[in-house]
Design a protein around this ligand. Structure first.
Ligand SMILES: CC(C)(COP(=O)(O)OP(=O)(O)OC[C@H]1O[C@@H](n2cnc3c(N)ncnc32)[C@H](O)[C@@H]1OP(=O)(O)O)[C@@H](O)C(=O)NCCC(=O)NCCS
Length: 330
């Protein structure tokens, strides 16, 4: 007889951003841009940039330890570590294995997950399957990024938009009727060309030529991504809310991927979600990719904004193209 599925919920969250603040005015000195342009097109005022010696696993470990403490468990109780990242410390071994070792999750399996900026939502949903199936009790999911290392600081179309940071969550069984109520993963690989890092993989291995041609940096067609992001966020939100049987008016907090205030506001407007329900931090951190949703969630939890029973609508989108959404009852 098939086992009954267990509800999976978030038991603890954590986040970390580097101390060093880079303002738009700082960027005016290094590229041909203006603070006014950056704010009017993206809503970003400043971002955090990691020191050269820090890698993604260093952020991940700090965010993870906060999430583990928040969940009231020890690292040895973790069964699985999933790190979603576009900037792993190395291509292999997986950053998740480095984190697993450093936090002392001695009994856990560990792997990385690549789904562009949707990575945290993908990891949350994938991780929740192990909890729902009863094969894991505690799953640690992390979004960690060191994007400053893959930005071309001479390309004003990209370098002003991104920042560094990490966020984490511990997933474990939740009471019936609470936790993740619905979720969905989406992909459209035909849009892969709009946002990518061309070299360093098996298609275009690292060479002097790839370095000379700036092919180890983020390349992006901003306009195409913008249109996709708004459409994907609205469509995914409607689908997961419908699947959960939750009305838009019952959503307490909308936690979208933080890429651009205009994308967030356009999606919220189409969903008729009022500003006080929309969590925004892209103005302070820029686009931290897989880290943006867990950082926003952690800040709201730390501030005591999210109460038991609140409905959260979380939506990510990014390179792939990928997008993913979930409705949670806290
Ligand atoms: C990138 C983005 C802010 C650009 O805004 P936009 O209104 O679409 O602007 P465009 O790309 O059309 O560029 C308009 C002009 O501004 C210029 N420009 C681009 N970046 C600039 C900058 N930092 N400072 C000043 N001018 C800039 C462009 O060169 C272009 O000039 P041109 O017309 O002379 O060529 C916007 O498209 C966006 O946010 N897209 C989504 C990106 C995203 O979210 N990516 C991550 C997904 S996870």
């Amino acid at each position: 007889m098939p086992r009954e599925l267990i509800n999976a919920g978030i038991a603890g969250v954590g986040a970390y951003v580097p101390d060093h603040v880079v303002t738009n005015e700082d960027l005016e000195i290094i590229v041909d841009t203006s603070s006014e342009w950056i704010i009017s097109r993206s809503g970003i005022r400043e971002r955090r940039i990691a020191p050269p010696e820090m890698a993604s696993s260093d952020f991940a470990v700090i965010a993870a330890n906060e999430a583990i403490a928040g969940a009231g468990i020890s690292a040895e109780e973790i069964d699985l570590v999933i790190v979603a990242t576009n900037t792993p410390d190395t291509i292999f071994p997986a950053t998740a294995c480095l984190v697993q070792d450093r936090i002392g999750a001695k009994k856990a399996g560990a792997f990385d997950l690549a789904a562009g900026c949707s990575g945290f939502m993908y990891a949350l949903i994938v991780g929740s399957q192990f909890v729902s199936a009863g094969s894991c009790r505690n799953v640690l999911v992390i979004g960690a990024e060191n994007l400053s290392k893959i930005l071309n600081w001479k390309d004003r179309r990209t370098c002003v938009l991104f920042g560094d940071g990490a966020g984490a969550a511990v997933i474990r069984p939740a009471a019936p009727g609470s936790g993740i109520l619905s979720h969905k993963l989406y992909a459209d690989g035909s849009g892969g060309k709009f946002l990518n890092l061309p070299a360093g993989g098996s298609r275009l291995p690292a060479s002097h030529e790839t370095v000379d041609n700036n092919l180890h940096y983020i390349h992006m067609k901003g306009r195409d991504i913008f249109k996709f992001a708004v459409r994907a966020t609205v469509r995914a939100s409607a689908e997961v809310l419908g699947a959960a049987g939750i009305k838009l008016s019952e959503v307490d907090y909308f936690i979208p991927h933080q890429a651009n205030v205009r994308i967030i506001e356009a999606a919220a407007k189409r969903l008729r979600l009022p500003a006080e329900k929309v969590l925004i931090n892209v103005d302070r951190y820029g686009n931290t990719s897989t880290a943006s949703i867990p950082i926003a969630l952690t800040e709201a939890v730390r501030a005591g904004r999210i109460k038991k029973g609140d409905h959260l609508l979380m939506v990510g989108f990014g390179a792939g193209l990928t997008w993913a959404a979930a409705v949670l009852k806290w």
